[in-house]
Every structure is written in structure tokens, then in C-alpha cells.
Design a protein around this ligand. Structure first.
Ligand code: DOR
Ligand code: ZN
Length: 428
């Protein structure tokens, strides 16, 4: 990690949605903080002419697998992949082993991150004890331990009354809830989207309604308690419509979309490749288009990866029994630039907002800005760099991606955390 302390990033196109900036200008960094370049005496000049200089990107949905499944990923490898993908911070999902339902586990992740994380790691506590959906987790203790949000990701509390009380507790501690919306009885033994392709392939389907029921339940509870409820990895057309209507009425509901739901559909399952198996599943083209429309019209304010590493032995089995999930930290920016920016759907500023101001607003953290005095967390992008993604060059321990061998246009070329280059040419 390079620990140069005073420098100027020169000549880049600075795009900072938090300040409404999109212009060629210089950014000064001194002692890990953004400063006016004129204030730096004898600065080192780092030229980024022709590149985009943006506030550090945060991924609000990442599985780092530590503690419990360090064969698939560790805090060190997952955050290195995050740095290589252009992320300066990640929210670590709590479905570790043990899960994050105690202050002790949060403390363990915090200490391990202090020692080995390449980027910032924000912890997320569980909603329920052991993620069993039966009893509330000790939310006050988790807050004291430093969590920035609560989630049972991978599971969804089925008991509406318990969820109601969890939302109320979360509100009293000022913690947003990130919910994996899934009705377990409708999901049943489903392994892919329920529709034409599941019938054709003879596989058990997961209907859109499994997600939609819980999205609607959450909208009702967010209204009732008047608190922040964030819908993770929205995948269905009806969910997007419900979220749009709720937001128009001032209900505190936000949503994220993943790069895979932006780029892929359930037709890909015909390859029987478990790298296309995730939860929620890839849906139809109509669903995909609705997710994109939700991003375009501001219904969906965040893009998050659901980076879900699994070992080869776990994933290289028949489709039916493989675990859900794919890695995504290093492909998120390339997929989104290719699918959303180069297609004219989002401007660069709109796209950058989904990774900066979107997460900052949800988490209530002072991140995602290049304002003078802020931490120098910076993502530098070459939006026109064409390359073929090779998963064997990934920093993640895992290899479970559907994007291996695909061509993309645009990627992060350097990542700066607290003023230090943690990825890119100048990293050391
Ligand atoms: O695909 C998924 N993988 N979805 C989830 O909700 C959980 C995640 C995991 O932990 O592997
Ligand atoms: Zn999930």
C-alpha cells in the first residue's frame, strides 16, 4: 500500500454527484483527507487526464465468509477483490458462521479487518438470533459493537409480528434494515425462476410472488413504523412497481439492484451452469427491463453486488443441489458501464450516484463525496477501456462467476482509501 501523503490528482474528469460536480479539475489529498490543491506545498502530481475521478464506491451487499467459510473467501481476499473492482468500502453480510448476532462476532470481524482488510469494512448485524427468524437479535448490543445496518440476508423473517418489532427496535437505534425478501413457502424447493424456462428444463421454480409478498409486507411495515427499510437485490417487475409507488408516497423504502439482474435472464439456465444460480434467481427479460427502468427513473438508488463466494467443491455439483450465489466485486463496474452507460440508459454521474450517494443516504454515513475535509476515498475509472474478464486473475478466492471470458468496456483503474492507493499502477 502506498503511503505517500501529499499529492494532486491532476487533469481527471471529476464526477461527484454529492456536490453536483462534473468537470475537469484537480483534487488535492493531504494526510488522507481531500483538500484544496492550492493548499498543498510541493505536491506530487499524479496525472489522470482522460480518466474519471469519482468518490469512493461502497458495495452495501458483500459476503466475506469470515468467520466460518474461509475456504471460499476471507476478509483479506474479499477486500482485495473489492479494491480491484474499484470499491473503497463494503458492508459485510452477517450470514457468517457463527452469524453476526453477537457483539463478539462483530468485534472479531472488526479486529480482523483492522489487520487485513484492503478497504473499509462496515459490519452488519443480524435481525434475528442465529438468523432463525424466531427471536430478535440483541440489536442494542450490536449497535454498540459498531454495526451500520441489520439484515438476515440469505433468510427472511417470515413472522410479520416479529418483523414489526424488529423494525421498531432498529428505528430506536437508528439502524437501517436491509431485507432479503422471500416468502419461504412460495419459494419451496425452487432453484431457478418459475416460468417458461423452468418448465422447459424440468426444474423447480421460484415465483416472482415469493419476493413480491415480502416486498409489500416490508412497505407496509416501513409505513407503519416510519423507518428505513431497504429491499436487497430486487429482481421482479412487480416489486419495482410497488417500490416506486411507495416512494412516491414518502415511505422510507429504498432498493438495490445487482449487476447480474441488470445483465442476465433465466434463459441462461439452459446451460445448466451453476454459475448462473443465485437467489433471487435470474428472471425474465421483462423483469430485467423493469429493474433497468427502476434504475433509470430513480426508484432503485443503489447497485450492490451480492458478492457470494463458494468453493469449487461446493459449486461444481448438479444444478439442483448447488448453493445460490456468485462473486461480483471485480465485474460490477465493467458490467454496469457496459450495460447502463454505454447503452445511454444512465449518465456517468447517475451511475456513480448508485455506488456513492445511494449507499451514503441509506447508511447515514459521511461517505461517497469528494468534498474538502472528507476522507480521501477515491475511485478512478477508465470508462472506455475494453478488456476480457479472466476469472483466473481474480483476487477473490472463489471462481463462481457467469462473467468469465466476457468482453466489457470500462473498469476501475485505481482505488484510493484514506489517501493510500490500494489498487492500481501506483499501488506498492
Ligand atoms: O445468491 C445468494 N447467495 N443469495 C443470498 O441471499 C445469499 C448468498 C450467499 O450467502 O451465498
Ligand atoms: Zn440475499
Amino acid at each position: 500500500m502506498n503511503t505517500r501523503s501529499h499529492y494532486i490528482l491532476k487533469g481527471g474528469r471529476v464526477i461527484d454527484p454529492s456536490q453536483g460536480i462534473d468537470e475537469v479539475m484537480d483534487i488535492g489529498v493531504a494526510n488522507g483527507v481531500i483538500v484544496d490543491p492550492a493548499e498543498i506545498k510541493k505536491p506530487e502530481i499524479i496525472d489522470f487526464t482522460g480518466k474519471v475521478v469519482a468518490p469512493g464506491f461502497t458495495d452495501v451487499h458483500v459476503h466475506l465468509r469470515q468467520p466460518g467459510n474461509t475456504g471460499a473467501e476471507t476478509i483479506a481476499t474479499g477486500t482485495m477483490a473489492a479494491a480491484a473492482g474499484g470499491f473503497t468500502g463494503v458492508v459485510a453480510m452477517p450470514n457468517t458462521k457463527p452469524c453476526c448476532d453477537s457483539a463478539g462476532t462483530i468485534e472479531l470481524i472488526r479486529r480482523e479487518s483492522e489487520r487485513n482488510a484492503r478497504v473499509r469494512v462496515y459490519t452488519c448485524g443480524c435481525l434475528s438470533k442465529n438468523m432463525e427468524g424466531q427471536e430478535m437479535a440483541p440489536i442494542g448490543g450490536l449497535k454498540n459493537a459498531g454495526v451500520v445496518a441489520l439484515s438476515d440476508d440469505g433468510r427472511c423473517i417470515q413472522d410479520h409480528n416479529l418483523m414489526r418489532h424488529v423494525v421498531a427496535y432498529a428505528k430506536s437505534f437508528g439502524l437501517p434494515i436491509l431485507d432479503h425478501c422471500e416468502d419461504e413457502s412460495l419459494k419451496g424447493d425452487g432453484v431457478m425462476n418459475e416460468g417458461k424456462w423452468s418448465v422447459f428444463l424440468g426444474m423447480e421454480g421460484i415465483p416472482n410472488a415469493a419476493e413480491e409478498l415480502m416486498v409489500q409486507r416490508n412497505i407496509i411495515l416501513a409505513r407503519m413504523v416510519d423507518w428505513k427499510l431497504h429491499i436487497q437485490h430486487v429482481s421482479s417487475r412487480e416489486s419495482v412497481d410497488m417500490i416506486r409507488r411507495a416512494r412516491a408516497r414518502g415511505i422510507q423504502v429504498t432498493a438495490e439492484a445487482t449487476p447480474h439482474h441488470i445483465a442476465l435472464t433465466d434463459e441462461t439456465i439452459k446451460r445448466f451452469d451453476t454459475n448462473y444460480k443465485m437467489n433471487p434467481p435470474l428472471r425474465t427479460e421483462a423483469d430485467r427491463q423493469s429493474v433497468i427502468e427502476g434504475l433509470r427513473d430513480g426508484t432503485i438508488t443503489i447497485i450492490a453486488t451480492d458478492h457470494a463466494p463458494h468453493t469449487r467443491t461446493q459449486k461444481e455439483v448438479e444444478f439442483d443441489i448447488a448453493p445460490f450465489g456468485i462473486i461480483g466485486l471485480e465485474t460490477a463496474i465493467p458490467v454496469c458501464l457496459t450495460e447502463l452507460y454505454h447503452t445511454g440508459i444512465l449518465s456517468l454521474s447517475e451511475l456513480i450516484a448508485k455506488f456513492t450517494t445511494g449507499p451514503a443516504d441509506l447508511l447515514g454515513l459521511d461517505i461517497g463525496t469528494l468534498r474538502c475535509g472528507s476522507h480521501a476515498d477515491i475511485t478512478i475509472i477508465d470508462p472506455d477501456l475494453e478488456f476480457t474478464y479472466d476469472v483466473n486473475e481474480s483476487y477473490s478466492k472463489a471462481r463462481n462467476t457467469p462473467f468469465d471470458g466476457m468482453k466489457f468496456k470500462g473498469r476501475a483503474i485505481a482505488t484510493v482509501v484514506r489517501g493510500n492507493f490500494v489498487f492500481g499502477e501506483r499501488e506498492s
